[in-house]
Write a protein that binds this ligand. Structure first.
Ligand code: CIZ
Ligand code: SF4
Length: 323
């Protein structure tokens, strides 16, 4: 605790000295999110993070999250320096969708409009017609379906299948999954509901279909936070990364939030509901990155100008899509 307060003070000082702002994802650890709040930074989902970074006057963005979030921030703010506590923080969706294999898959289906989830590398985004986050996926795919288009979706098969079921569009799926959301078990939720019959079940659509079927609300992180504020229930079973509890509890101090079980018997495994890559964003690593005075920082995000040009097109389509 004493050690962590030393880290916090030194990070605050460095952020000021370097004209840097801290931008954290909802899934990072509570101490990281608290520091973002205390220093005038930001907490949000991947898209909100990139938008905040683009609008903010700071010349350096310190992105606490996973690598694709740093890349998206860089694509929207190429003139800024984007640092991360560690570039080793990746995502099973990104890892499971290598750009060359993905390009070959797209080449085999030239009749399909390519829609990729935000959780992908800059190179995969560069090959796409559209980038979407889970908060806008249904609207964009409905719009494409109305125009008679067939979809190629990557990388999350659960989210893609959810979009297919909800919109009725012709959607061809890449076979990827999030290692966190894939672990939630509907049977465990039903067992927990027997003990807490008044609980509302909030589910992120990266979870399997069986989880969507037991949900009261299915939505992106921001949509689940909204549901936690607006539903009349005072108890919630939440199927997304446990990092979200920081904001949920802060916004609703009187309400009770429980992790959705990650095993059929209702037992929770030690770290199933927390992304191991999000967890790599420690105060210690953040300080190390900010302490590094060299012009070339090993944890700085670089995206080539060509790739920025190409990835910006599908990203801009999403940003300009009317909501
Ligand atoms: O599951 C993730 O990594 C999410 C929800 C990312 C995002 O778009 O905020
Ligand atoms: Fe990727 Fe899942 Fe971690 Fe999000 S929670 S960064 S989708 S592995």
């Amino acid at each position: 605790e004493a050690e962590s307060s030393v880290y916090r003070e030194r990070i605050k000082k460095r952020l000021q000295e370097r004209n840097a702002v801290l931008i954290a994802h909802y899934y990072t650890d509570p101490e990281i999110q608290a520091l973002a709040e205390e220093t005038g930074g930001f907490i949000g989902d991947s898209l909100e993070m990139a938008r905040f970074g683009a609008r903010h006057e700071a010349q350096t963005l310190v992105v606490a999250g996973v690598r694709f979030m740093g890349e998206t921030a860089k694509i929207l703010s190429p003139e800024k320096r984007v640092l991360m506590p560690t570039l080793e923080a990746t995502c099973s969706l990104d890892v499971g969708c290598p750009a060359d294999e993905f390009a070959a898959f797209c080449d085999q289906h030239p009749d399909r409009t390519v829609v990729v989830y935000a959780n992908t590398s800059a190179a995969v985004k560069a090959r796409a017609d559209w980038v979407v986050t889970s908060s806008i996926a249904l609207d964009v795919v409905r719009h494409l379906k109305d125009q008679g288009q067939k979809i190629l979706w990557a990388p999350d098969k659960h989210l893609g299948d959810y979009v297919r079921r909800e919109t009725g569009a012709d959607v061809l799926l890449w076979d990827g999954a999030c290692i966190v959301h894939e672990e939630f078990k509907a049977k465990g939720v039903l067992d927990l509901k027997k003990v807490h019959p008044g609980a509302a079940v909030l589910v992120h659509p990266e979870s399997p279909q069986s989880m969507v079927e037991v949900a009261d609300v299915v939505g992106s992180t921001s949509q689940l936070l909204k549901a936690a504020r607006e539903l009349p229930n005072d108890t919630f079973i939440v199927a997304t990364d446990r990092g979200i509890f920081y904001k949920m509890q802060q916004e609703n101090p009187q309400r009770r939030f429980m992790e959705a079980p990650t095993a059929g018997n209702g037992a929770t495994c030690r770290s199933c509901a927390h992304c191991p890559w999000m967890a790599m964003n420690s105060l210690e690593r953040m300080l190390r990155v900010l302490d590094d005075e060299q012009p070339s920082n090993p944890e700085e995000i670089h995206v080539s100008p060509d790739l920025i040009d190409q990835a910006l097109k599908p990203l801009t389509r999403m940003l300009e899509f009317p909501r």
